[in-house]
Design a protein around this ligand. Structure first.
Ligand SMILES: Cc1cc2nc3c(=O)[nH]c(=O)nc-3n(C[C@H](O)[C@H](O)[C@H](O)COP(=O)(O)OP(=O)(O)OC[C@H]3O[C@@H](n4cnc5c(N)ncnc54)[C@H](O)[C@@H]3O)c2cc1C
Length: 370
């Protein structure tokens, strides 16, 4: 069996690794010339870590990332008022790891290179897909035409594959919040994930992602105004961080100048996530806001479940149908929970504990077996 995987992000690379290990040849097309992950760091919760364990990739992630026991929610002065705790699902390993996006991309690209039967072509995409019944013919941007048994669209939020095979899919919607992301050298005092909440004025996360590195994110309501120009972002972010106490001022002094700033978006593709032998995974099928840190996590889980379903020996179409059935409710829980948390951050509910309750409920449900 031979698969075409469009997109070389977390979804595409983990899919190719999982398929390759199951004996399916996989050609990955990545339109960029090199791995160029967007953003700085990310957190992987217990279930995605379990999925990485299935792929044999948990050890390097733990080694190159920063292990966390909990997320500490702080009052503006830095006092811890609540802890979000999850249980590890792989005995002897942490329940959460935060890691730099570049480090994760490096681990996945090394694993892909070491997986027999896989190939990645950079600077290449797909221009047409033709369903031949028993296979799919794909025209590639390098001028070649090749035939595959399966096509996996792992090309992110603005998926070209989705537009080709499911043109009636819903458009991504703006979530009503803006995020700022930036890195800094980690001061020794920031030795855990700290989240400080100032209600509708914003929330800030300090996330160690390696021994010497941390990632700061700041979320604020989207007022619809013009975006701060690139050269002015660091000063604008520092200004927005001035009401925060605790360890935030210490980190604010050390921030690097390269600040990523964007509006949050979400999208959930209604089932089915496939047409014929073409299936969508990762952000191409479900894009979430980062409120429970599960976007990459869902992508990794998708790759594991897709490969399990293809391994059952039925038809490709039946496997793709079973894949969506196993994944849809779980991904809906992530997308809808995250959007609700986002709305409450803009327009807080009368009961301030609802935010923690919903987060705890979702993380517990997501700890169940895939
Ligand atoms: C602010 C923010 C914070 C986040 N924090 C977290 C977190 O803490 N934890 C977490 O798990 N998730 C987090 N996420 C979500 C996470 O980044 C995404 O869910 C994840 O990157 C999705 O992976 P993907 O491979 O599906 O898509 P992408 O990462 O978008 O990768 C798609 C790849 O496909 C390539 N591509 C696109 N179009 C084509 C084409 N036509 N042909 C060939 N290649 C193509 C792109 O260049 C890219 O390499 C966060 C997201 C945001 C916005």
């Amino acid at each position: 069996m031979r698969a075409l995987v469009v997109g070389g992000g977390p979804a595409g690379t983990t899919a190719a690794i999982a398929l390759g290990r199951a004996g399916v040849e996989a050609l990955v097309l990545e339109r960029e010339e090199t791995d160029r992950p967007v953003g700085i760091g990310l957190a992987l919760q217990n279930s995605p870590l379990r999925a990485l364990h299935t792929l044999g990739l948990l050890a390097p992630v733990v080694e190159r990332g920063f292990s966390h026991e909990a997320v500490d929610i702080c009052a503006p002065d830095g006092t811890v008022v609540h802890r979000v705790v999850t249980e590890p699902l792989v005995p002897g390993t942490p329940p959460m790891v935060a890691i730099s996006r570049v480090a994760l991309a490096g681990i996945l690209s090394e694993a892909l290179a070491a997986t027999q039967g896989t190939e990645i072509r950079y600077g290449t995409s797909v221009t047409d897909l033709r369903d031949l019944g028993g296979g799919v013919e794909a025209d590639l941007t390098d001028g070649s035409t090749e035939r595959f048994d399966l096509v996996v669209g792992a090309d992110g939020l603005h998926s070209t594959v989705r537009a080709m095979v499911l043109p009636a899919a819903p458009e991504p919607t703006r979530a009503g919040q803006l995020i700022w992301r930036v890195s800094a050298p980690r001061p020794a005092e920031v030795d855990r994930y700290l989240l400080t909440d100032l209600g509708p004025r914003g929330r800030v996360g300090l996330v160690p992602i390696a021994d010497d590195e941390l990632y700061l994110w700041f979320l604020q309501p989207d007022d619809g105004g013009p975006r701060v120009p690139e050269g002015q972002r660091l000063a604008a972010l520092r200004q927005r961080l001035t009401p925060f106490g605790g360890l935030v001022p210490l980190v604010a002094e050390r921030l690097r100048p390269d600040v990523d700033h964007r509006a949050l978006a979400a999208m959930l593709l209604p089932p089915p996530w496939h047409r014929g032998r073409v299936v969508l995974i990762g952000d191409a099928a479900h894009t979430t806001t980062p409120h429970i840190a599960y976007g990459v996590g869902m992508a990794i889980e998708d790759s594991v479940v897709l490969t399990e379903e293809l391994g059952r020996g039925g038809t490709v179409e039946a496997a793709l149908q079973a894949f969506t059935e196993r994944r849809f409710e779980r991904c809906r829980l992530v997308v809808e929970t995250s959007l609700q948390l986002s709305r409450w951050e803009v327009d807080p509910p009368a009961d301030p504990t609802l935010h923690h309750q919903l987060t705890g409920h979702a993380l517990a449900a997501l700890s169940e077996p895939l």
